[in-house]
Design a protein around this ligand. Structure first.
Ligand code: MN
Length: 309
């Protein structure tokens, strides 16, 4: 198999955000902090040629607006230097100062036009608010104008949700279930808010094979259509505007469902390093029951086309 392997939801922490967010020390954070040694070694061991890098959750989401603007700028400048040092191995998604949506739109434009980034990654809610709030529209307007995708990544669910859904079951509240519920809700809310009627060229990337969306599209669409009328059906919006990645979701049957619902050209490889092991992902997809042509599209071709790599 001659195709290259591109993984597009791979995280780091910049010195700027590390200082502001003071993350929990440990092995995961050590890996997030470094961009040359163990990162490249684990990429090589798993056969990953390129990582699409994004600032780790919560990026600059939950800071005061002024600090967020400076932090996102610092993060993106750091990422730019990191990519310049290793341009054959890395490309970037911008961190945005979501608490100041107008500045976030401007920072996206700077990151794409001046720093060569391929889009933005948004870490779920911002101070508890979903992106369908009108005040965030300038960011999507700019992304559509620049023709770059916005990656909708999970954030931890709100404390009220933990209380209502996961009290005494806290182990389920993060990556096992809570993150996926949060992001599935987020992506469907973008549709019901009318976002894609306003920006018909807008492109969204969703990790974890769509956070169960492919499996639930028919049911959600069927029942939603009885509750609210939109110009198109929910699934029509989802399929027209979404690209899915395999981050942390290495299941043959889930992949088959995602391909059946979305088309193979909408599926891209990702790991979610350092939370998930690189080789777990590459070994899985190398043996997954898809044609070699489809495998090459998922490993490389679809990302190259969408992100213009
Ligand atoms: Mn992730």
């Amino acid at each position: 198999m001659a195709n290259k392997i591109i993984a597009i939801e791979e995280h780091f922490t910049s010195p700027t955000l590390r200082e502001l967010v003071s993350p929990k020390p440990g092995m995961i954070q050590d890996k997030l902090n470094e961009l040359a040694g163990i990162r490249i070694k684990e990429m090589d061991e798993a056969g990953i040629d390129m990582q699409g890098l994004s600032e780790n959750n919560p990026a600059a989401h939950n800071l005061d607006p002024e600090t967020a603007v400076k932090a996102a700028r610092g993060s993106n400048d750091f990422l730019y230097e990191t990519i310049q040092a290793n341009p054959s191995r890395f490309f970037g998604f911008a961190a945005l100062p979501l608490p100041d949506p107008k500045a976030a739109a401007d920072e996206l434009e700077r990151a794409v036009t001046k720093l060569g980034f391929k889009g933005a990654m948004i870490m779920g809610t911002t101070n508890g608010q979903f992106l369908d709030e009108r005040k965030f529209r300038p960011i999507f307007e700019r992304a559509a104008k620049l023709d770059v995708p916005v990656y909708i990544h999970p954030s931890p669910v709100k404390p009220e949700i933990i209380e209502a859904f996961f009290k005494d079951h806290v182990a389920l509240s993060g990556a096992p279930l809570g993150f996926g519920l949060e992001t599935l809700t987020h992506t469907f809310r973008l549709i019901t808010s009318g976002l894609f009627d306003e920006y018909p060229a807008l492109k969204i990337i969703v990790g974890h094979l769509g956070e169960t969306a492919p499996y639930t599209l028919w049911r959600t669409e069927h029942n939603l259509d009885k509750m609210m009328k939109m110009p198109k059906l929910l699934g029509e919006y989802y399929r027209a505007h979404s690209w899915l990645t395999t981050s942390g979701a290495f299941s043959n049957s889930a992949l088959a469902c995602a391909i059946a619902e979305m088309g193979v050209e909408r599926i891209m490889f990702a790991v979610d390093w350092p939370y998930i092991n690189n080789a777990l992902g590459t070994k899985w997809l190398k043996q997954a029951p898809v044609s070699d042509n489809d495998r090459a599209l998922i490993f490389e071709g679809n990302a190259r086309k969408l992100l213009k790599l």
